[in-house]
Design a protein around this ligand. Structure first.
Ligand SMILES: O=C[C@H](O)[C@H](O)COP(=O)(O)O
Length: 163
């Protein structure tokens, strides 16, 4: 979390395609009860959606989340699909967004401390729901250190995008 996130609380997006909606809803409920989180924005899909919306494919979910972060409407996102890969690829298409699919504690930690990712993705077909819930809780507890040795590496990415 940045200093601002720490002071204000995190503004988090949760989202999923049809293959990740069950995990998304579990994590959404957890985050709504987490004192570190000031706002949770559910961008769907939801089981109550009309069929065309409920079957909205993963690229739309990942891009929508990335655009909202890019536009300052949220700080971070936790997204789900079958594998976590599709929503990560989609979010990474948005300029300035760093998204990682991660299903273990170490990678979840490093996605922030090494890579300053704004987006964590997981696959409902990859890990159990209790692990996904735990990893989501862990992830929001990490804060990137802009004075760390990792910052210069992240800067290579942001400099490349601004060329
Ligand atoms: O990365 C893609 C996701 O896992 C998605 O939920 C399923 O995609 P598919 O139906 O093309 O396998």
């Amino acid at each position: 979390m940045t200093t601002e996130e720490t002071t204000m609380g995190l503004r988090l997006i949760v989202g999923a395609d049809e293959a990740g909606v069950d995990y998304k809803d579990k994590v959404l409920a957890d985050l709504r009860n987490d004192p570190r989180v000031s706002e949770v924005i559910d961008i769907g899909v939801n089981r109550t959606d009309a069929p065309n919306d409920f079957t909205r494919p993963y690229p739309y979910v990942g891009i929508a989340a990335g655009e909202m972060i890019r536009d300052g409407k949220a700080d971070r996102a936790i997204l789900f699909c079958g594998t976590g890969i599709g929503v990560a690829i989609a979010a990474n298409k948005v300029e300035g967004i760093r998204a990682a699919a991660a299903h273990d504690s170490f990678s979840v930690e490093r996605s922030i401390l090494s890579n300053d990712c704004q987006v964590l993705t997981m696959g409902q077909r990859v890990v159990g729901v209790e692990l996904a819930r735990r990893l989501a809780k862990e992830w929001i507890g990490y804060t990137f250190d802009p004075s760390s040795a990792s910052a210069g590496k992240v800067k290579v990415l942001t400099d490349f995008e601004s060329c």
